[in-house]
Design a protein around this ligand. Structure first.
Ligand code: PLP
Length: 444
């Protein structure tokens, strides 16, 4: 048992399957043709058929959420509507009964469901290769929903690791201390202890790469162990994103995201989502609507718009992330860099198996310790001193001061988050400008 009241124990991405099929596009039978390049084409003003090969993620993102194609109607707007309405007309008593009983798809009240929010859920489920998704008002609300759904009907504890995002750690402390939800926090760097705990789990929550230390956990191995006792595995894929890591390909049951980060990408909303590999049950939907953390239509629309450029943005993030990490490693002022994309990274085999790219989040320690870290944050000019990650602008923070402040200093140190650790979310600025700013800031 620990100071935080949680039970601490010892210490080429496969092609996406079965997404957009030819019959989801409005076609005229007489004009239907196959194209072997896997992209659709316009002919005589109509959308002409495509081959049945799935589109690449970048293509699906570029067209993401477009409303007209699937309706089969002519002259539809390309963009989804922002359905900014609390309530919906229920129609006759018989129609209302059909909507509430679930016999007919319909909307009643935006906390229960909203067309703009549903469009986002569908888009994210497609991106992750899951069957269905639920959209939430924050990443933390998504973690809460996924943990609640995962533990439903299960006796064992929620098993997680000590270096998950600080806010998720605090949420679990609340669930444990106030709601008496059994939670077991394990040092996942001790593989045996981790796999042992997973065998006792009611459900497993893991974050890989972890934020901010960028440690990896083997999803496939964890899932194999968890499924022997029927425990669902929830993977927080916020830091990796669906471009760099595909948890469902390794057997995960749920994926959670803070859409406030890379999925939206513009640092202008807070949101989250949970995606299920299998269809959602009625209980999952009940949990989602009654925990209260549903998203509003405007923010859902903003994420849909952000997703259009997701693949493009991520490619730029990946490029800059790798370049900055390698540059930091070469600097005498920096004593340690945490980034999974290095050839010298401590888990190279797992990285190659599980991730396509190291991404754009990294942490580092300056030789001068906490004082040098604070000086660095005071001197950056282009890079923002700010929390969060995944926006187009580069952001730096000291997790001990910000995201991990809610942990006791013992728990923080046990998790490896020192007072001098700096976390950098590398944006998509010109790399020369970024390196120049970092150089002047670390030289200070
Ligand atoms: C990995 C991870 N998961 C979840 C969250 C929580 O997301 P939100 O701030 O949108 O609630 C964060 C936030 O930083 C995060 O970094």
């Amino acid at each position: 048992m620990t100071a935080v009241g949680l039970n601490m124990a010892a210490s080429s991405v496969p092609r996406l399957k079965n997404e957009i099929k030819v019959n989801q596009y409005r076609t005229r039978p007489s004009q239907r043709q196959s194209y072997s390049d896997g992209v659709y084409s316009r002919r005589l003003g109509e959308v002409v058929a495509v081959n049945t090969e799935p589109f690449h993620l970048a293509t699906r993102c570029a067209h993401g959420g477009a409303s007209g194609r699937e309706s089969g109607k002519a002259n539809e707007p390309f963009q989804q509507a922002i359905v900014q309405s609390t309530v919906f007309d229920l129609g006759t008593s018989a129609e209302a009964e059909a909507i509430f009983s679930g016999a007919r798809k319909g909307y009643a009240y935006s906390r229960f469901g909203n067309p703009s929010v549903d469009a986002l859920a569908k888009m994210i489920a497609d991106m992750e290769g899951g069957a269905e998704a639920l959209v939430t008002s924050s990443g933390i609300a998504a973690v809460l929903c996924a943990v609640t759904a995962g533990l439903d009907g299960r006796d064992g504890p929620l098993v997680t690791h000590q270096d998950i995002y600080g806010g998720s750690f605090e949420l679990l402390r609340i669930l444990s201390d106030i709601h008496r939800v059994p939670v077991e926090v394990v040092d996942s760097t001790n593989r045996e202890a981790w796999l042992d705990a997973v065998l006792r789990a009611g459900a497993v929550l893991l974050e890989t790469p972890s934020n901010p230390l960028m440690r990896l956990i083997d999803i496939e191995e964890t899932v194999a162990q968890a499924h022997t006792v029927g425990a669902p595995v929830i993977v927080d894929n916020t830091v990796a994103t669906p471009l760099n890591q595909r948890p469902f390909n390794f057997g995960a049951d749920w994926i959670v995201h803070s859409t406030s980060k890379y999925l939206n990408g513009h640092s202008d909303m807070i949101g989250g989502c949970l995606v299920r590999k299998e269809r959602l049950s009625a209980m999952h939907r009940t949990i989602h609507k009654n925990l209260g953390g549903t998203l509003n239509a405007l923010d859902a629309w903003l994420v849909l718009r952000g997703l259009r450029t997701f693949a493009l943005r991520m490619e730029a993030h990946n490029r800059n992330g790798q370049a900055v990490a390698e540059w930091l490693l070469s600097r005498p002022e920096i004593s340690r860099v945490y980034y999974p994309g290095f050839a010298s990274y401590s888990q190279p085999d797992l990285f190659r198996r599980q991730m396509k790219h190291g991404g754009a989040l990294l942490s580092f320690e300056l030789v001068g310790g906490k004082e040098a870290a604070c000086r660095f944050l005071d001197r950056i000019e282009l890079v923002f001193h700010a929390v969060s990650l995944g926006g187009m602008e580069s952001l730096a923070t000291r997790p001990a001061m910000s995201s991990h402040r809610g942990m006791t200093s013992e728990a923080r140190l046990r998790a490896g988050v020192s007072d001098s650790l700096v976390r950098l979310s590398v944006g998509v600025e010109a790399i020369e400008d970024l390196l120049a700013d970092l150089e002047q800031a670390i030289a200070g």
